[in-house]
Structures are given as C-alpha cells and as structure tokens.
Design a protein around this ligand. Structure first.
Ligand SMILES: [Zn+2]
Length: 131
C-alpha cells in the first residue's frame, strides 16, 4: 500500500482582507496588487486503491458515481482534483482558515498541485514528481 503526499497551494480571492476592502488593506499582498490571490500551502495524503469520481444522475434520476481507483501519480492527482471539485472548498478538508483574515469568506478558491511524493508501506520515499 503506497501513500501519495500531495503538496498543493490554494488561491483565495476574498472580498475583504481582515475585514477591510482589499484595495484599502495595508498588508504586503493587497498593497502590491489588491487583485492578487492570497496563497496558502497545504499537504494532503491519498493512498493506493482509494476510489474517487464525480457524481452524476442517470436516466432514472438515480445519483451515481463514476469510480476510479488511485494507483499512480496521475490518479492520485485526479483524486485530489475530483474531491476538490465535487466537495468544493471546505476548510476541514484543506485549510483551517483564519476567521479574522477571511472575515467575509475566502471568495473563489482555486488550487494547484506542485508536487507529489510516493511513499511505500515503510514510509520510505520511492519517487517524487514536480508539476
Ligand atoms: Zn490584505
């Protein structure tokens, strides 16, 4: 059983920053450009044989799911992406947001995966790929 360690970034576009409109916020990021995303990094773990896939409704209005199985870099990547798109951004899953910093919510949230490392059952690094 292998574990995939995914290093990702989240891009937040909140309407306000620390409760202040972004164009009036005096922090480093907003001062430079108030349209810049506020970036935070995170790590997520996915294991071999985890299943994922988007939900869809068939002709009889039954909600079903397309199943895929994690078995390599690209399926681990797709699993993360699928969960993110299906579940949307929720802080429990990705990042504990600072309620003061994002007083009016995080806005649209996008992500990118920068790197995936594969570990074997003994937690030894086998392989790594940068995106
Ligand atoms: Zn700011």
């Amino acid at each position: 059983m292998r574990t995939y360690k995914l290093f990702y970034s989240l891009y937040f576009s909140p309407p306000t920053h620390y409760g202040i409109p972004r164009n009036a916020c005096k922090c480093e990021i907003c001062t430079e450009d108030c349209d810049l995303s506020i970036v935070r990094n995170g790590i997520s773990y996915i294991t071999d044989s985890e299943t994922y896939g988007p939900e869809f409704t068939d002709k009889t209005d039954t909600v079903k799911q397309n199943y895929f199985i994690v078995e390599d870099f690209s399926t681990a990547y797709n699993c993360f992406e699928s969960n993110f798109v299906t579940n949307g951004f929720s802080e429990e899953n990705y990042f504990k947001i600072d309620k003061k910093e994002f007083a009016d919510g995080p806005g649209d949230v996008a992500f990118s995966i920068e790197k995936i490392e594969i570990y074997d059952i003994n937690n030894k690094l086998i392989e790594s790929i940068d995106y």
